[in-house]
Ligand binder design. Structure first.
Ligand SMILES: Cc1cc2nc3c(=O)[nH]c(=O)nc-3n(C[C@H](O)[C@H](O)[C@H](O)COP(=O)(O)OP(=O)(O)OC[C@H]3O[C@@H](n4cnc5c(N)ncnc54)[C@H](O)[C@@H]3O)c2cc1C
Length: 322
């Protein structure tokens, strides 16, 4: 029996929405290979979270626990996952394409000397091989990779169909982590959560983002107001973050967050590749830009050529009467 491992992520004592997506992504091909998708969860005191992850459809949930996992230390967690993989030999290990997921994935692959395929957007089986489609060049192209047995992948946000809750009995295997922080080299001393405003970019189905075209920090408030009126998160281009108008936790793009909401509204953003790398898989993209030749219009589903400083207040006003 082949086993796929979907590694779940815990943030603020909750299972993140990326977890059922990663599970759903790999589980899609499990039947083709007569494989079983197991869920691997790491953390401290995670049994209390059980209700959040017992119903993805997995036959087996492997919980690796340690008080030292409280901070989500990627080095410690990767070591435990890799050690377990040596004895249990899963066919593949999948993690979310989040900062934590990327760090753990790279370390697990490095320890096991297994190939790592990042940013997976599609999965299929060809003959008896799992073939993963991955984004390349910031999403400008994609490539398909046949995975050898013993591979690690990271899954692009929303690439997987969310696993739907099913009522089956799952076996729980609890493992006390053997590694302690003194066994691994410490690179990150402490992770401090930035105080980002409003809903999180990762979980929002709608994102209103603003760029340098907003002109100044005072005008950027309009982007925040529109996001608030729509009950969603706000994002920003790097130009805005570099200028100090908003906190880096709101940056979307190659060196920021990768998002894939149902609706992405880009206000005063030119749409260069580094920004598009973080949002090009959004379902519907609306661009507002006064330059009709702005590159963002090539990707946008709907384009509005005009001044953000006139259009955004009009949108906010309209939403007030909805
Ligand atoms: C290694 C590297 C990594 C990078 N990573 C990222 C990243 O993660 N994310 C990211 O965003 N960028 C990233 N960048 C920066 C990127 O190359 C661009 O510089 C940046 O995205 C530009 O931001 P912008 O679109 O807000 O600004 P600009 O490119 O200056 O565009 C502003 C747009 O606003 C329009 N405009 C102006 N006034 C108005 C108005 N009143 N109403 C409507 N439209 C108006 C203009 O026509 C223009 O199209 C990276 C760059 C490098 C080199």
């Amino acid at each position: 029996m082949k086993n796929f491992w979907a590694v779940g992520e815990i943030s603020n004592s909750e299972v993140t929405s990326a977890t059922p997506e990663v599970f759903g992504f790999v589980d899609k091909v499990s039947d083709d290979l007569l494989a079983e998708t197991d869920l691997v969860i790491t953390g401290s005191n995670i049994l209390s979270l059980c209700h959040g992850f017992t119903k993805f459809g997995q036959a087996l949930t492997i919980m690796i626990e340690s008080d030292e996992f409280e901070s989500g230390d990627a080095g410690l967690i990767a070591r435990e996952i890799a050690d377990l993989a040596i004895s249990k030999k899963p066919y593949l290990i999948a993690l979310p394409l989040s900062p934590w997921g990327q760090e753990v994935a790279a370390r697990v692959a490095g320890r096991l000397r297994w190939p790592l395929v990042t940013d997976a957007i599609g999965i299929e089986t060809i003959e008896d091989k799992v073939v993963v489609e991955r984004m390349a060049f910031g999403g400008q192209s994609s490539t398909k990779v046949a995975l050898p047995q013993g591979s690690v992948i990271t899954v692009h946000p929303h690439a997987g169909k969310m696993a739907t809750p099913v009522d089956i009995t799952t076996t729980l295997e609890r493992i006390e982590a053997a590694t302690s922080s003194s066994d691994v080299r410490k690179v990150v001393e402490k992770i401090i959560e930035c105080a980002s405003e409003g809903p999180s970019l990762a979980d929002s189905q709608i994102i209103v983002s603003g760029g340098r075209g907003m002109g100044n920090p005072e005008n950027f408030e309009l982007v925040k107001q529109l996001a608030k009126a729509m009950g969603c998160a706000f994002g920003a281009s790097r130009a805005v973050v570099d200028a100090g108008w908003v906190d880096p936790s709101h940056q979307v793009g190659l060196t920021g967050k990768v998002v894939s909401p149902k609706l992405y509204i880009a206000c005063g953003i030119s749409g260069v590749d580094q920004h598009l790398a973080g949002m090009r898989t959004s379902d519907v993209i609306v661009a507002i830009n006064r330059d009709p030749d702005a590159p963002i219009f090539k990707l946008a589903t709907y384009g509005i050529v005009g001044d953000c400083l006139e259009i955004i207040p009009a949108l906010i006003e309209t939403l007030k009467y909805k």
